[in-house]
Design a protein around this ligand. Structure first.
Ligand SMILES: Cc1cc2nc3c(=O)[nH]c(=O)nc-3n(C[C@H](O)[C@H](O)[C@H](O)COP(=O)(O)O)c2cc1C
Length: 371
């Protein structure tokens, strides 16, 4: 008889039922996925260290002894330090003027309150190190690095019993992180929401699986995965699980703005764009007026990170404060085509697993026939 195809090595290692990992910024989504038998990694790059500390305690209260992860980023090409005001003063003139003119042309009012979320971890090198201290002190089960080789933290993390995962988009990065000794590598393709390289999911996953073969490092697939069919395909490609982001944004628990949820539910893969206009790094997000503006012939190239993040953060805050739907955007992957209902996060886990089982059954026929 065939074994349960969804019970992978990752399930044994983490003590989870389904090899489905939710990346989310929303604590309620994380708790729901973990309690449904999946795994969740809470994105914390946007928060100050004391808030991260509180969020970890909150999550522990909701999930008990079940494991979870925290995601941080370690961008290399940002200034060593600098406050938001200091960095805003350094925004290059050409891009600053372009956005000032855009505000006038579209009559975009200033935001009412200082945004809570300037995406702190992306602004300088100093902040992620402070965020990291809190994560290590808390001995979270998994630390994921969404950007940057986490080699510098491996020794300390392992001494604290913290597993370290690295997210990569290129074979070269996978090789370097595997050689450094990460506990799992997330191979993410161009289809993904957020910061991605140019290699598609169907190409990068098996390439990384091949690279990881010798060391036996588990490979997790990411990028455009929103259905059970994607989950089954990822396992067939050699991944021990899937790392997913977009599919949770429209879950019932998700705290994403309702206009964004509506846009996501209606969106097709072609409604997303891979562009540097949101953060200065190439990133897949929902198309918006902001994207149109930066694609116009009169637009300068986007400013490098972190200055483009600050320019976008300014407009994002105004868009949310004043309900400027056309300027609202969010990271979204090409799998958004399949996201067309608001469902509880638990149901998303169950539907994904059920669909994957059906796919395997359709391909191989009923288990009884093999006996
Ligand atoms: C709204 C949103 C915000 C994201 N923010 C981060 C982040 O802060 N750090 C990170 O490592 N990845 C971030 N990502 C990327 C996810 O970790 C994940 O790699 C990606 O969503 C996978 O592709 P998918 O959305 O097609 O499933 C974000 C994704 C989404 C949808």
């Amino acid at each position: 008889m065939r074994k349960n195809p969804l019970h992978t090595k990752l399930c044994d290692q983490l003590g989870i039922e389904y090899p489905i990992i939710a990346f989310t910024h929303c604590k309620d989504v994380a708790a729901a996925v973990i309690n449904a038998g999946g795994f969740a990694v809470l994105g914390q790059t946007q928060h100050a260290p004391d808030v991260i500390d509180q969020n970890i305690s909150w999550l522990r209260e909701k999930v008990g002894s079940k494991p979870f992860g925290i995601d941080l980023v370690f961008p290399a090409s940002v200034p060593a330090s600098g406050t938001i005001d200091e960095l805003r003063a350094l925004i290059p003139g050409e891009q600053f003027e372009f956005v000032e003119d855009m505000k006038k042309r579209h009559e975009i009012p200033p935001w009412r309150n200082e945004p809570e979320d300037w995406n702190l971890g992306w602004l300088n090198k100093e902040t992620p190190q402070k965020q990291l201290e809190v994560v290590l002190e808390n001995r979270v089960p998994v630390l994921a690095s969404g950007l940057g080789n986490p080699d510098f933290v491996l020794k300390r993390a392992h001494e604290q019993g913290v597993l370290v995962w690295g997210l990569v988009g290129k074979p070269r990065q996978a090789k370097a992180e595997i050689e450094a000794g990460v506990d799992a590598v997330i191979a993410q393709g161009y289809d993904a929401a957020g910061h991605t390289g140019k290699i598609g999911t169907f190409s990068i996953v098996p390439q990384v699986v091949e690279i990881a073969k010798e060391s036996g490092t588990p490979v997790i697939a990411a990028g455009g995965i929103t259905t059970g069919r994607h989950l089954a395909a990822s396992i067939a490609l050699g991944a021990v699980g899937v790392w997913t982001g977009t599919v949770w944004l429209t879950s019932r628990e998700s705290d994403v703005n309702m206009h964004i949820k509506e846009k996501l539910l209606a969106a097709k893969a072609t409604d997303t764009e891979h562009s540097a206009c949101v953060s200065g790094f190439t990133m897949r997000t929902l198309k918006s007026k902001w994207h149109e503006e930066w694609a116009s012939p009169s637009a300068p190239p986007p400013a490098p990170a972190p200055y483009q993040i600050l320019l976008f953060g300014d407009i994002k805050a105004s868009a949310f404060d004043h309900d400027l739907k056309d300027f609202m955007t969010e990271a979204a992957g090409q799998g958004v085509d399949f996201v067309d209902q608001i469902k509880p996060a638990r149901q998303i886990v169950m539907d994904m697993a059920d669909e994957a089982f059906e796919v395997f059954d359709d391909i191989y026929g009923d288990e009884d026939e093999d006996e």
